[in-house]
Design a protein around this ligand. Structure first.
Ligand code: RP5
Length: 172
């Protein structure tokens, strides 16, 4: 199946921080493709992938990078599909460098930036965009939300039963 979400990653050293993203996309059964493409080391490939995405049926792109993270901006420069940026930690500046590099786009060239290392939220947001035209995906997202709510309510019942000290002692 052709991918609905195209995920570009600045380096293979970023892969360990992509586990949340991958598990959310797989859990929600969103067809995706993940590729290494650096804005600095291979800008031509980044441009090609971004330019060709719409024609391949991709609905949304995710770009994840650390340090001087220009990947999401470079992707946004080459497509009018929505682009989600994931700033990654791992640098001496703990990802704040990547956050600022990703989030401060000029007018007319938006990148929807999630929190540092929040690939999971990028995946949920991408899934929500794809779900605009996919009712069964929308139902899976709604079920995931129901599950979160139910888990929180269960935790609250336990908290009321054990009290704060007992709750922490028993382990979360
Ligand atoms: C960024 O530079 C990458 O996204 C990565 O976070 C960082 C370091 O890359 P490597 O030198 O480990 O390949 O472009």
């Amino acid at each position: 199946m052709s991918p609905k979400v195209l995920v570009l990653l600045g380096s293979d050293s970023d892969l360990p921080r992509m586990q949340g993203l991958v598990s959310v996309l797989e859990e929600l059964e969103v067809p995706y493709e993940l590729a290494l493409a650096s804005a600095h080391r291979d800008p031509q490939r980044v441009a090609e992938l971004a330019k060709g995405a719409a024609q391949r049926g991709v609905a949304v792109l995710i770009a994840a990078a650390g340090m001087a993270a220009h990947l999401a901006g470079a992707v946004a420069a080459n497509t009018i599909l929505p682009v989600i940026g994931v700033p990654l930690s791992g640098s001496a500046l703990s990802g704040v460098d990547a956050l600022y590099s990703t989030v401060q786009m000029p007018k007319g060239m938006p990148v929807a930036t999630v929190g540092i290392d929040r690939g999971d939220n990028a995946a949920y947001l991408a899934a929500q965009i794809v779900a605009l035209t996919d009712q069964s995906l929308a139902a899976r997202i709604a079920r995931a939300r129901d599950l979160q709510r139910e888990q929180l309510r269960q935790k609250d019942r336990r908290l009321q039963e054990l009290g704060p000290a007992g709750y922490l002692e028993a382990g979360r």
